[in-house]
Ligand binder design. Structure first.
Ligand SMILES: Nc1nc(=O)c2c([nH]1)NC[C@@H]1CN(c3ccc(C(=O)N[C@@H](CCC(=O)O)C(=O)O)cc3)C=[N+]21
Length: 300
């Protein structure tokens, strides 16, 4: 079997088209222009590229984009003060502080400073709790993107055996909540899981989010399973020339594609969905802030 490639880039583009429509309606019907503020601390080149992409896509869907760049040695208090300023700014409906922040800054303090009403990453305890009990609000971007791809691929997820590899607050745990809400039987595997290969062999749905290049092997994949690869790992690519690198996921793509019914590539799979869902969350928070019903196609 050769798996169908799930084109996350194309899906994300379609989603951004729908988001642009919602932005237009919010402007014309309600006089609201959704605004997203992105804060980046330090000069990490990968983060810079990523934040620039976000700002461009934010503007492309018609939202206001506010970018704040702070030096790597900015005092924690100054970052917290900026977050509070953004909390109070009525033009800002979403706040994202690019992670990781430098070691002298306490990331938890930063997250707790963000007004949950504007927490488009869904990092705050209040929003994590809302996802758990199914109240409206922003939903973690990467898991939301994965869920949209899975629903598009499978229709109903009810009764499927889903195995998530990785238990992070960013991906594994919120992914568990969303799949459970869609009536999957969910298993979370992690670094201490015994017989990981056998656990994964039970899965109709595999979500790999461990951050270890190509760790999930092809013969772990049950024939006909759908594989969502969240990993984005930069590895050496000597075949491309000295010092060159390439991106690979957490799944051995070629091996898994021999068994899976469908699989997301890296790049071009989950990554673009994460950014699109960030914009989707900004529509959700802008709606809720203004007592409007968030569009159902942009949330879980
Ligand atoms: N507060 C916060 N929220 C985040 O959501 C957040 C963050 N901090 N810090 C960094 C990570 C990483 N992340 C990515 C999103 C999209 C791609 C993406 O679009 N990747 C492309 C490839 C890009 C390339 O070629 O390098 C793809 O997979 O096709 C990558 C990485 C969001 N993050």
């Amino acid at each position: 079997m050769t798996a169908k490639i799930i084109d996350g880039k194309a899906f994300a583009e379609k989603l951004r088209g729908s988001i642009a429509g919602h932005v237009e309606r919010m402007k014309t019907e309600h006089g609201i222009t959704p605004g997203l503020a992105v804060v980046i601390v330090g000069e990490d080149p990968a983060s810079q590229v990523y934040v620039t992409n976000k700002a461009r896509q934010t503007a492309e869907v018609g939202m206001n984009s506010f970018k704040h760049e702070l030096p790597a040695n900015v005092p924690e208090a100054e970052l917290l003060a900026l977050v509070r300023e953004l909390n109070a700014d009525p033009a800002v409906h979403g706040i994202l502080v690019q992670m990781p922040v430098p070691a002298h800054i306490d990331a938890n303090k930063v997250i707790e400073a963000i007004d949950p009403a504007k927490d488009v990453d869904c990092f705050t305890p209040a929003n994590v709790g809302k996802v758990q009990i199914g109240l409206p609000g922003p939903v973690s971007c990467t898991p939301l993107g994965c869920l949209m791809l899975l629903r598009d691929e499978l229709g109903s997820l009810a009764g499927k055996n889903a195995v998530i590899i990785g238990r992070s607050n960013l991906v594994g745990k919120p992914m568990m909540q969303l799949l459970l809400r869609d009536n999957c039987t969910v298993t979370i595997a992690h670094s201490r899981t015994q017989n990981l290969a056998d656990v994964v062999r039970q899965a109709d749905i595999v979500v790999a989010a461990v951050g270890r290049p190509q760790m999930v092997k092809g013969d772990w994949i049950k024939p006909g399973a759908v594989v969502i690869d969240v990993g984005i790992n930069r590895v050496p690519a000597p075949e491309k020339g000295d010092g060159k690198t390439r991106l690979v996921g957490d799944v051995d793509y070629a091996g898994a594609a021999e068994h899976a019914a469908a699989i997301t590539p890296v790049p071009g799979g989950v990554g673009p969905m994460t950014i699109a869902c960030l914009l989707a969350n900004t529509i959700t928070t802008a709606s809720l802030i203004n007592d409007l019903l968030p569009p159902s196609d942009l949330t879980a």
